[in-house]
Design a protein around this ligand. Structure first.
Ligand code: FAD
Length: 571
């Protein structure tokens, strides 16, 4: 049995999925499904997960990328949610330091803003307490001069000071992937580009799905005792498939982020600021870029490829220019963007920003378990809730005694560190090793931070990547080694998987995409034996993703290269 998420082992994994009777089948490979896979696998269940696109290609690669204590929910008095997600973030960080980083966040206090000085101080105090924030990360209150010295680009007029607190920035797609990899390492089965088409039922109970390999069109059956619908924005599509919709439905709202170069928006600190329409927006520095978001508007469009519109872009630019007038961003400054769809649980009469981000589990008469709503930050607890339910069923039906939830103590793949000191020491050692292998220091650091305790498995490909046989692809050894690792251990199936969800380059290093897209596509063509038609399809697909990240209103072009089998989802 393979314990790697390998692009070369898809057929084997599909065979295992088809031959086993699983305890649980999870549909949806975002953070919710990934968390459930890890929790259920670590309790000793036989678990499979199928994802119709790439892992995390839905909302879980399109968020603001914060594992946060949910300060904004204080405004809506969602005290329980703040406490829950706040404590969770410490666990998420501890278990995956390579994908989550604490960053100081400035919360400017302005005339007419959300909070005055007293309210900001009180809110941050409550936040520190509820979220059990570590002593060295507890908030500080700053006067105007202190705020401006930390962030000189802030608008001085109307500024009354600032709160200063810590948020945790993450890589949402890699957080998802590292959960799935850890689960696979422990015996779980996971396949991307595999869609649940319909349910198999016996005596009105769901007992499996008819699945389709989106890459080949092949269909097969997967049998499972329990099925979890963790399809985020798509949960209602699938819920309808078993003949029961329930009373509550999903409301889709779109959130857009823009990316600009730090030379145009050289932020010293992340900032969470008020805008004149009463909303709040983040501006966050990352890897030489600054990203800004988000919008929150009702959405009825394509769920597979939501994109930035002109009004989304202009709104966010106006927000920045209002709070940072000297920056004077224009549309030409936007290097990249992404748009995501929130799967919110419908609440009548509320505006998009007012709808609660709570999660909820629905059980259909067919036995199908659906988990909807929620946040990236709370994924582990959401998973625990679902797996507890499955565990109870297995105990009742088969008298099986399965363990309790272990994930609070399970390091996700790449996160095998005792503590921060251990992680820092590891980085220094591995960077040295990478340099000895011929990488530049910057490249070795980039890889070590990204892959954490798995980095030696990436380095293990460097010699091969440097060999004459690989040279024609024009990829530097570090890049080719990363791609090789991605194909052997992260199921990279297309250039877009590599450039968007494995490396984040489409958002944060578009130059990297321009430079290496040809080499990456050619290497994948050789390895996966693509025909000319398939190669052309993936080339176009990536070009389309690049265009829609850079230019607004590429909905039409975006859907042109949506895989024909995926396109039917939204009909
Ligand atoms: P998804 O990630 O969408 O996963 C569902 C998957 O199911 C998809 O990949 C889809 O392809 C697959 N699927 C659908 N149908 C089928 C089928 N028939 N067969 C197989 N697979 C199928 N949360 C935070 O904690 N912090 C933040 O900073 C934050 N910012 C956000 C900003 C924005 C703009 C948005 C939109 C959300 C944000 N969130 C944030 C919320 C968070 O991103 C989501 O709650 C979370 O990613 C949802 O994950 P999911 O796994 O439920 O859904």
């Amino acid at each position: 049995m393979t314990h790697l998420l390998s692009s070369y082992e898809r057929e084997n994994t599909a065979k295992q999925l088809a031959n086993l009777k699983l305890d649980v089948l999870v549909i949806g490979g975002g953070i919710t499904g990934g968390g459930i896979l890890l929790d259920a696998t670590s309790r000793g269940m036989t678990v499979g997960l199928i994802e119709m696109q790439d892992f995390a290609a839905g909302t879980s690669s399109r968020s603001t990328k914060l594992v946060h204590g949910g300060l904004r929910y204080l405004k809506q008095l969602e005290i329980k949610l703040v406490a829950e997600v706040g404590r969770e973030r410490a666990i998420v960080y501890q278990n995956g330091m390579h994908v989550t980083t604490p960053v100081w966040m400035l919360l400017p206090i302005v005339d007419g803003g959300t909070y005055g000085r007293f309210a900001t101080s009180l809110a941050l105090f409550v936040y520190d307490t509820l979220a059990r924030v570590r002593r060295r990360e507890r908030h500080k209150m700053l006067d105007v001069n202190q705020a401006l010295s930390i962030e000189p680009l802030l608008r001085a007029s109307g500024l009354k000071g600032a709160g200063y607190y810590v948020e945790y920035r993450t890589d949402d797609a890699r957080l998802t992937l590292e959960n799935i990899k850890e689960a696979v390492h422990r015996g779980g089965l996971a396949l991307n580009y595999t869609r649940a088409l319909s349910f198999l039922t016996r005596e009105n109970k769901v007992v499996g799905v008819r699945a389709q390999d989106v890459m080949t069109g092949n269909q097969y059956e997967i049998h499972a005792k329990h099925i979890v619908n963790a399809t985020g924005p798509w949960v209602d599509h699938l819920r309808g498939e078993d003949g029961w919709r329930g009373k509550k439905s999903i409301r889709h709202t779109k959130g857009v982020h823009l990316v600009v170069d730090e030379s145009r928006f050289p932020l010293q600190s992340a900032v969470y600021f008020d805008v004149s329409d009463g909303r709040m927006v983040f501006a966050i520095p990352r890897d030489g870029k600054t990203y800004i978001g988000t919008t929150d508007t009702d959405y009825q469009g394509d769920l597979v490829h939501p994109t930035m519109s002109v009004s989304d872009r202009d709104y966010l630019l106006a927000c920045v220019n209002e709070m940072f007038p000297r920056v004077a961003l224009t549309a030409e400054d936007v290097e990249s963007s992404w748009a995501g769809v929130r799967p919110l649980i419908q609440e009548e009469g509320k505006s998009p920003s007012e709808v609660s981000r709570r999660d909820e589990v629905f059980v259909s008469p067919s036995g199908l378990i659906t988990i909807a709503g929620g946040k990236l930050t709370g994924y582990r607890k959401m998973a625990r809730k679902v797996v507890n339910l499955v565990s109870k069923r297995l105990a009742r039906e088969e008298e099986r005694r399965l363990g309790t939830c272990q994930t609070a103590r399970i390091r996700i793949s790449g996160g095998q560190f005792e503590d921060e000191t251990d992680f820092q020491r590891f980085i220094e050692d591995e960077v040295r090793l990478g340099v000895d292998l011929g990488l530049t220091e910057a490249e070795a650091l980039r890889l070590t931070r990204r892959y954490g305790s798995n980095v030696q498995r990436v380095f293990a490909h460097i010699d091969e990547a440097r060999s004459a046989a690989s040279a024609p692809f024009g990829l530097p050894p570090g890049v080719l080694a990363e791609l090789m690792y991605g194909m052997h251990e992260e199921m990279v199936m297309s250039p877009a998987d590599f450039f968007i969800r494995r490396t984040g380059a489409l958002y944060f290093d578009i130059e990297f995409v321009h430079r290496f897209q040809h080499g990456v596509t050619e290497y994948m063509r050789q390895e996966l034996r693509w025909s000319d038609v398939v190669t052309e399809y993936f080339r176009d697909d990536l070009a389309c993703r690049v265009r829609e990240a850079i230019f607004p209103n590429h909905e039409a072009e975006g859907s042109q290269t949506t895989h024909p089998l995926l396109k039917r989802t939204d009909s």
